[in-house]
Design a protein around this ligand. Structure first.
Ligand SMILES: [Zn+2]
Length: 407
């Protein structure tokens, strides 16, 4: 028996005028997802909880079966795990975004957050900039991640007022969101001074790209501690992902990591390569694979409804399609759960704690795409937020994985 979770990050949404009043899931042409839904068990689940950040860290930890209220210690300790960074007891860990700011001459606090991703800076450009910062400022130590997502380790720094993710104040002045900790505020200012005239940014300027002329620290926390996934479920598992956050959860839980060339964490990712990596892991003996695709969330943060719909269609055609074909060829029965981790409505450009739709599909009762079994009649419900509303709610989303792992 094989088990899979296919997760489209931030895939859920609200009706969008530009899509004729439909949500991206409703507007998308997605025959494979709808097949699973029509022959599977559809439902709604809660993956984000009162008083906790509405982030992918909390939601994906929950989908993997760990109660965030028990295991969550901040976002960046998880990302640091994914980058293989050793975290000491007295280290405070931060997510460090390279960002684009428009900075007035006279008052840094009146700077505006132009782009939380520094115009999707490349990892190699980021490497040069992080090198310059590490060379000139001894603390914090910076560790390279992917594109604009990096990690900072700061020894012996005190707790502070929760920091705000930069994608939450896009287009606004940074003053109200500056850290209340003086050391952090000074560091943010100092980094701008070092980066603003860096050759990487001068070159980006000449190409019409926004400069990575600032940093933003957020997602702070201390070392994370998870009990082993294998000990919990007796199943050997691994993940397929492009983002350090999910890699970090996997490392912390003792799950394997399957790397995919060309996995970018946005709509340009290698959708088909991800399906192949998952199938290879199952062929090589894994019982369970968690396949994470970041693209819909990025489109949600950019407020782009058409691109988000397109990203769902690409997941359906290039990832889920080949995955179902490969699973049928594998010749073993399987259970597959399809879901987002949370909603990232294009109208709001950030995450919301809404209940999310999920479907659990069992090949033993539903058969396969080309040859649907009549053991499970077609319930006529495509995979959408509205159809899922017709069914029950799983209040503790971290119980879902137990439902998936039913023998
Ligand atoms: Zn997410």
């Amino acid at each position: 028996m094989k088990y899979l979770i296919l997760l489209g990050d931030g895939m859920a949404d609200y009706p969008v005028e530009e899509l004729g009043g439909k949500t991206p899931l409703e507007a998308a042409r997605k025959p494979n997802m709808d097949f699973l839904s029509r022959r599977g068990k559809l439902g709604l689940a809660r993956t984000l909880f009162e008083g906790m950040p509405t982030g992918s860290d909390v939601a994906n930890m929950c989908v993997l079966g760990y109660d965030p209220r028990k295991y969550y210690s901040g976002r960046s300790p998880i990302e640091a795990l994914g980058l293989g960074v050793h975290i000491a007891e007295d280290d405070m860990v931060f997510r460090l975004n390279l960002v684009s700011l428009s900075v007035p001459e006279d008052n840094f606090l009146k700077s505006v957050m132009l782009d939380y991703s520094a115009d999707k800076i490349t990892t190699s450009e980021a490497e040069e900039l992080l090198h310059a910062l590490n060379a000139q400022i001894p603390e914090p130590r910076l560790y390279l991640g992917v594109s604009y997502r990096h990690v900072a380790l700061w020894k012996g720094i005190e707790q502070m007022k929760p920091l705000t993710p930069p994608h939450d104040f896009h287009g606004k002045e940074i003053g109200p969101y500056m850290p209340d900790n003086l050391k952090l505020a000074q560091y943010t200012r100092q980094c701008h001074e070092i980066l603003k005239d860096h050759p990487v940014n001068l070159l980006r300027g000449s190409k019409g790209l926004k400069p990575a002329n600032g940093v933003w620290l957020w997602g702070e926390g201390r070392r994370a501690a998870f009990d082993s996934f294998y000990e919990r479920h007796g199943l050997r598992g691994s993940v397929v992902t492009a983002v350090p956050l999910i890699t970090g959860l996997a490392v912390g839980m003792g799950l394997g990591v399957n790397n995919v060339d060309g996995a970018t964490g946005d709509i340009g990712t290698n959708f088909r390569g991800k399906a192949e990596a998952a199938l290879t892991a199952l062929r090589n003996g894994d019982d369970f694979v968690f396949l994470h695709i970041e693209a819909p969330d990025e489109c949600g943060h950019e407020g782009n409804a058409l691109e988000k719909t397109r990203s769902i269609e690409l997941i359906d055609e290039l990832t889920l399609g080949p995955l179902l074909e490969g699973l049928d060829k594998l010749g073993e029965p399987y259970r597959l759960m399809l879901m987002p981790d949370h909603a990232t409505p294009v109208s709001l450009r950030t995450h919301t704690p809404d209940l999310i739709p999920f479907v659990i599909f069992d090949s033993r009762t539903a058969g396969c795409k080309g040859n649907a079994s009549d053991k499970t009649p077609d319930n006529g419900a495509p995979f959408t937020e509205a159809c899922a509303k017709e069914t029950g709610v799983v209040e503790n989303g971290y119980d879902l994985i137990e439902r998936l792992f039913i023998k």
